[in-house]
Design a protein around this ligand. Sequence first.
Ligand SMILES: [Zn+2]
Length: 234
Amino acid sequence: MIRNTIRKIQSLPLWVRIVCALLTVILLCTAFFFFGKRFGARIENIVNEEVVLSTDKDPKWNAPDYVKYEPIVKNEYSRPGTYLSEINGIVVHYVANPGTTAEQNRSYFNGLAVSKETWASSHFLIGLEGEVLQLMPLDEIAYCSNSRNDDTVSIECCHPEADGKFNDETYKSLVRLLCDLCREYDLDPLTQIIRHYDVTGKLCPLWFVEHEDDWKALLTDVAAEMTEYEAGES
Ligand SMILES: [Zn+2]
């Protein structure tokens, strides 16, 4: 059968064989170009997520205006799309990368979809200027707090130095965000806000592990802000 076909092709005039060969080459080039472009567009979409910033709010909670909703792309390394079982607490972290911005850390989490180097993310990132980014809806799990991933919300904070101390802007936004989340999910700030350290013993957030008094002061500040808010409402 194959031999017959080859014989038939060989019996064709030379110019017909050349035209057929050219047509085959053109067809293959078009197919490569078309599928290559589609594949490239998929990768580009993932990368461009970094700069496509949403102005919408996450409808899963009563998000305040200062929270910028910039969801990262869904992927198994940083946003698996798995639902939280419930919200029983909030876990505070530090990024452990002194001087980096919230956007840089967001890009890192988003880029894990492509780099696949590890599993990591958080629900919120607070930057050095006090900016608050939300990276995924609050009914999905983030990869941040180990055994508490499936029932807590996580907040990563930027810090200027290696000691992990938050500057005033970051600290103020953290207190505000913790207050709003505790009100939203009816959490007790003194017992249901915890450090990553309280889950695994990891030195995170470093400053608040090494300065227990400052950690207690943070919780007290959140409780005071909640009381103030409620007094203002009544
Ligand atoms: Zn941590």
